[in-house]
Design a protein around this ligand. Sequence first.
Ligand SMILES: C[S@@+](CC[C@H](N)C(=O)[O-])C[C@H]1O[C@@H](n2cnc3c(N)ncnc32)[C@H](O)[C@@H]1O
Length: 383
Amino acid sequence: MTDEWQARAEALADKLTADGDLHTAEWRAAVRGVPRHELVPRYYEQEGTSYRLITPDDDASRQAWLDLVYSDTTLITAVVADSSGRQVPVSSSTKPDLMVRMLEALDVHDGHRVLEVGTGTGYNAALLSHRLGADRVFSIDLRPELVDTAADRLAAIGYRPVLRAVDGSGGLPEHAPYDRIIATCSVAAIPGAWIEQTAPGGLILVDVEGQLSAGNLVLLRRGEDPVAEGKFLDWYGRFMALRHDAANVGNAWPAVDRSQGEERTTAVDPVELDGGFRFLAQFRLPPGTQHTLTVDDGTPTATCLTNRDGSWCSVDRTADESGRYLVRHAGPRDLWADVEHAHDEWATMGAPAWHRFGLTVTPTAQRVWLDSPDGEHTWNLTT
Ligand SMILES: C[S@@+](CC[C@H](N)C(=O)[O-])C[C@H]1O[C@@H](n2cnc3c(N)ncnc32)[C@H](O)[C@@H]1O
């Protein structure tokens, strides 16, 4: 068994290195040394809109599971039903390339104490425990069943980090301060508790996602005051959202009937809203706007925005002969007009990439900026 997984773990470390995701000997040793299969003994496979639990129960499925667990793949590990009965994934073991990139960006040194928000399977807590010693690792998750299971599985492979089932937005004050905080769930704004619980000079790495699920990873350094500042990373990573209520995973959004609504055309390619431009567009759109794609036979054919006030728009992703895109919209507000406005601003700023954005968090404000905290362009994060 040891040979079975170790050869695979080494191959995974080799692949992550060859792909340029993994650079340091310490994290390479962690990927080689942590048995991910012990933390992900089963997982869910998506089938259309539902999820099927895969439990390896014969030799063939065991080999397939081991191959998958030691490949560069996200594995969904917990699914719950929302109020309409729809299955929603609520935990996963993060894709290893993203995990190791984040761990290296966290710039961890011997002796550091690290708080992870989002224990999930415990795989990342195991990597941290391998690197620092489990007595320097603290990991919290909203869902007690995940924390209990992760604690048992981690103990079985020899790691006993401090694990707690709490809402991670409050951090874990009883063991603060931490040299590093890493979140593997996204936040709309940085919880004040994380800044208070980070030692001066310490780092916080988290995916900031506003409405439209628009955002990216930001690396903040805490100063002497409870103020933190830093840049968005120049590569991309996203996570499922931090929730405050484990039972409530549903959302009520207006239905989009694409046969209805007014028609017009736009010069703004909706595909652009798949990328970093969405980050700026979110600030122009009214609060409570959601972004979805209409998918026909596996291909996204339209981009939709819906708002709780009943406004919606649906924009075809293929241009007509004149290079314009058909917009259908209804409700009190033309949401695509907000996107067009944001697009003009974005183009005027030179279509900035992620690394040009930064974030400053004080006890009273959270401000996104372009190029410099004192620069001309700033936006407030909704807290
Ligand atoms: C992508 S998974 C984490 C993956 C994990 N680090 C691993 O190695 O398996 C995101 C996790 O965030 C957790 N989460 C969501 N809201 C939370 C909250 N308020 N506090 C702590 N954890 C939360 C979810 O329960 C889920 O387990």
